[in-house]
Ligand binder design. Sequence first.
Ligand code: DGL
Length: 283
Amino acid sequence: MPQRPIGVFDSGIGGMTVVRELLRVVPNERIIYFGDTARVPYGTKSVETVKRYAKEDTELLLGHNVKLIVIACNTVSAIAMEEVEHMADGIPVIGTINPCAREAVRVTKGKIGIIGTEATVASRAYELAIQEEAKRQSKLVETFAKACPLFVPLAEEGWIDHPASKLVAEEYLSVLKEAGVDTLILGCTHYPVLTDVIQEVMGSGVTLVNSGAVAAREVPKLISGLEANNNNPEHLVLVSDVPRKFQRIGERFLGRKLPEARQVLFKEAWVMGRDRVGEDILS
Ligand code: DGL
């Protein structure tokens, strides 16, 4: 029986920050990656829309007979984890929030900053997970959250060392610097692409926690008993839009060649929400 792959999905390039760690911790596993590049960003969309996208992404990966699903997207992990688990129907699912909260509480001296998409920050999923974890680890922890939506297009664009990224980082992060956070959760898988500039702005005394990498480190124990032993696994990269920039930026970030990304098209399922859509605008 062919060995089943690990499925990973994100709204775009961000999940590559998880793949980078997976290639290190489970090098013999075949990975199927889906980046929903036609619909990125997720983090500015409504809860209903993100849930729908998450279910469609899960359906796509299940169609490839995956043995584990890694939600390489904090926005989906924060608001649609249950939907993904429900669809996965017993196949293990790992998101970013709980592993990352555990790690941040472990390393902090007491003040944790959280940066993420608008949807992730609005969900308060990190705050909840951190406070539960703080109780478990008997620590007193304060949290400070800030949405940084412009980091996503900057990462998608590959503006890793561009002055515009520095300006945006200074603007977003000043409030967290003023709060004196000692630990900063990169609560969006796109943000590690901008690690250098974020670290530079925050200062070397602040510990950055890469949510995707931390989640990836949980994978070996989740696939225990189902490990593959491929010497040279053939990974598969799927995207929902033309894969032009994806390839270049993905490879730059991973520091190695990616298999050529292939475009997939979702079956369109337009359902009218009201009888006459557009009536308000036209009348
Ligand atoms: N990479 C995603 C996350 O971790 C989402 C970025 C976006 O689509 O807005 O939240």
